[in-house]
Design a protein around this ligand. Structure first.
Ligand SMILES: O=C(O)C(=O)C[C@H](O)[C@H](O)CO
Length: 305
């Protein structure tokens, strides 16, 4: 088992608005985590982003962007006539909110072909996916992802999941709850965010979130909570790990970069609490940049600091 693969949607990102001038980049929760895993692991360690592409000029740029940054795309299909989704970041102070144009995005086809998906995940040490990955898919494709992930898990892959609840992606809250709890049931490391879990499941505290996810059989759980401490739970051990200070300009990608830092630290055999300390450092640096993807160098320096 070796390498990392994440499954999800890479969108066009509009960030850093200066009046009507915007900066175009690429981002998406699972891609953001992939970016930081790439930044923080050895260049020989294979890092793949498993998605589906269109064939317009922006889709071609997406593939080039990933390749130029050391991220491969395994057996991700290309759908003729499809194109990427797009989102724009609006800031209130440093707090971000998003506007999306993604209903017909190419990524919605990422699990149409179960064999290609299985091949993309084959032999990976770590597989990462999120509630956004599940939210954008049809019921049949959601099942294809769950099957692929649980098969890979049986072969020895470790599964990392962040529910990243985005209400707009779901037909109703009951479906979201059902699909996300099914995903937690095949998870080895859960990296949820407390306000998301509170919004969907009504957990009153991060400890409630950890208890609920532990009841699905997950043995390693880190409940993030913005600038409040993260709760790290492994078996019977619980520890709060305070966030690092930042001069935040845009909070987009904070949780995703935490996840990337955490995964990279665990791959380097650091224990969960130490991994959360490093993850916080990465997230604190990332929010000092506009957009979800901070320069890889900046993430590396923060991780080592
Ligand atoms: O909200 C989404 O679907 C995104 O992927 C956009 C952002 O990059 C992501 O939410 C940041 O966590």
């Amino acid at each position: 088992m070796s390498g990392f693969a994440a499954i999800g949607e890479c969108m066009i990102e509009l960030s850093g608005a200066n009046g009507d001038q915007w900066r175009m980049g690429f981002a998406g929760d699972t891609l953001n985590t992939t970016w930081y895993v790439r930044a923080l692991t050895d260049p020989d360690f294979a890092v793949d982003y498993v998605t589906a592409f269109g064939d317009d000029p922006f889709s071609v740029k997406q593939r080039t962007f990933l390749r130029d940054n050391g991220i491969n795309t395994a057996h991700s299909p290309t759908t003729v006539g499809a194109r990427p989704g797009l989102y724009a970041i609006t800031l209130t102070g440093a707090e971000r909110s998003f506007t999306y144009w993604r209903n017909d995005a190419a990524a919605r086809h990422l699990a149409d072909d179960p064999e290609a998906l299985a091949k993309s995940l084959d032999g990976r040490q770590i597989i990462y996916f999120s509630g956004i990955t599940m939210g954008i898919l049809s019921p049949r494709s959601r099942q294809n992802v769950l099957n692929a992930v649980s098969n890979a898990r049986r072969q020895g892959s470790r599964i990392v999941f962040d529910a990243n609840y985005r209400p707009r992606l779901w037909e109703n809250t009951e479906t979201a709850k059902q699909v996300l709890s099914n995903a937690f049931h095949v998870t080895d490391i859960a990296l949820p965010t407390f306000p998301d879990e509170n919004a969907l499941f009504g957990d009153a505290t991060p400890a409630d979130t950890a208890n609920r996810i532990a009841s699905y059989g997950v043995r390693e759980i880190v409940v993030k909570d913005g600038t409040d401490p993260a709760l790290v739970v492994t078996g019977d051990t619980r520890k709060e790990v305070p966030a690092s200070r930042a001069k935040a300009v845009d909070t987009t990608g904070a949780g995703d970069s935490f996840n990337g830092g955490y995964i990279a630290a665990r791959l380097a055999n650091l224990d969960p609490v130490t991994a959360a300390v490093h993850a916080h450092k990465v997230a604190a640096r990332v929010v000092e940049f506009h957009g979800a993807l901070a320069p890889m160098d900046a993430a590396r320096k923060a991780f080592k600091a």
